[in-house]
Write a protein of this length. Sequence first.
Length: 119
Amino acid sequence: MVEIRKNTTRKSSSTSTSARGAKSRLLEFFQRNGYMRFPNMKQRKNNPNYKKGHEVRLVLYSLDELDEVVRLLERVGLSGGRPFQKNQQVVQPIYGKEAVDAFLEWNRSATKKKRKKGG
């Protein structure tokens, strides 16, 4: 098993981060290399044992980033699942349709703001 390294050069995350700032920072992690998983409704309909649901996964480079993400999720009212190691990275899953919808909305809003600014 690969040891996950502590990053000593992380951006500091103040405990007084606003909900808006927390959403923005979580979106940065997501846009960097996060992804979403969606249930296969056809399989769910045909197989009563199919349990996969909506999920956001944030792929993080260090335990420091994981600590930051856990604090940010609390700030915005979401809770993450159990993080797991994948290669030399840490993945923080966030389960539920509510989480997926939130990240989709934050991403949509950020994209609209970029278009207005001409970026």
